[in-house]
Ligand binder design. Structure first.
Ligand code: TXA
Ligand code: MG
Length: 328
């Protein structure tokens, strides 16, 4: 049962969305910047608020898998199986679109990304707004290319007054964006790794998965520099950490570190932030930690790279992209 105060917030949010306004809402992955997916004027506001190029498609969020057919056609059996296994949850399915879906959502492509998020407030909102099959187009609620928000305060910092309302659902439990699986082609392909792994998906559909190469601009997260703080970010091994500490001391540059390893030596130029060493907790905290270090005015943020194993693949992917825009 949702409490009366929350119910009032959800009703207000749904009314704003019906009027074509933007509402940011929590999901289990990151906060989304929502608009009525059937209203092209409302959807256009998303691109303006984010500063996002028009050809980058948006994920449409649904209240339940039963609404898939309103948005997608020629839906393969694998999609139904995956929806049954993982929805609500952090998996986005790319399927052939219905012809009436507005081009602003699909970036003019013949496919559409769909998911049912696993957050009680998101689901309440979707039931209130889209109970009859309506959907909310919602990218991550950050400025284009920047770090995804995992709290309501992050959304406010990113978008300010560009959004009519922000629903505060506390910190996101997963912390990084959903796995994106393309089921519209010959073979299933992961376009963006996430906490639902290729192995878990493969076990449900009984198929081997390919991890797509860089396919920009189909997936904006596949652009080189993305998920990035404003401070240059450098990804290093644990040996590289020690080297970077020495370098900070020699160059007298304030440097922030994000590591699972304890700080080797103290120095007033160095801010050391410990992050958890298990993948789930790391994912939950990584974006908030990067934001915290980003406001310190350091010359660099040096991040200890997670191990190159499958469990860490989604986080390594985000960190590589965050580092790639900078010379390091
Ligand atoms: O966890 C998430 O997926 C979050 C929450 C809010 O649901 N959303 C999110 O949205 O990360 P966004 O727009 O920041 O990233 C969605 C990615 C984009 O890179 C976009 O290009 C890709 O999904 N995408 C959406 N529709 C697509 C399609 N039809 N084909 C290929 N890629 C698509
Ligand atoms: Mg995003």
């Amino acid at each position: 049962m949702i409490d009366p105060a929350a119910a009032e917030i959800i009703e207000r949010a749904a009314a704003l969305l019906r009027r074509g306004e933007l509402v940011a809402f929590p999901t289990e992955t990151v906060y989304g910047l929502g608009a009525d997916a059937a209203n092209s004027t409302a959807v256009a506001k998303i691109f303006t608020a984010k500063g996002r190029p028009q050809d980058h498609p948006l994920i449409v969020h649904l209240a339940e898998a039963a609404h898939l057919d309103r948005w997608a056609k020629d839906i393969p059996a694998a999609a139904r199986k995956l929806a049954a296994a993982f929805w609500p949850g952090p998996l986005t399915l790319v399927l052939k679109r219905q012809p009436d879906v507005c081009d602003a959502i699909t970036g003019g492509q013949d496919t559409i990304g769909l998911r049912v998020p696993k957050h009680p407030l998101a689901l309440e909102l979707l039931r209130e707004f889209g109970g009859a099959g309506g959907g909310l187009a919602a990218p991550s609620a950050n400025r284009f290319g920047h770090i995804s928000p995992t709290t309501a305060a992050h959304v406010r910092d990113e978008l300010g007054d560009a959004v009519a309302m922000i629903i505060d659902g506390g910190p996101c439990q997963v912390g990084i964006e959903s796995t994106i699986l393309d089921l519209s082609g010959e073979r299933p392909a992961i376009l963006r790794p996430g906490m639902i792994s290729a192995a878990a998906i493969g076990a449900v559909i009984g198929a081997e998965l390919v991890l797509a190469g860089v396919t920009a601009p189909r997936v904006s997260g596949s652009l080189e520099s993305h998920y990035a703080p404003r401070t240059p970010l450098q990804l290093v091994t644990s040996d590289g950490l020690i080297f970077a500490v020495r370098q900070a001391m020699v160059s007298r540059e304030r440097t922030a570190f994000l590591a699972t390893m304890a700080q080797p030596l103290g120095n007033e130029l160095i801010t050391w932030k410990l992050v958890p060493s298990d993948p789930e907790s790391f994912a939950r905290e990584i974006y908030a930690s990067l934001r915290e270090l980003d406001v310190l005015g350091c010359a660099r943020i040096v991040v200890q790279a997670p191990p190159p194993t499958t469990a860490w693949q989604p986080m390594l992917d985000r960190l590589r992209r965050a580092a790639s825009g900078f010379d390091n």
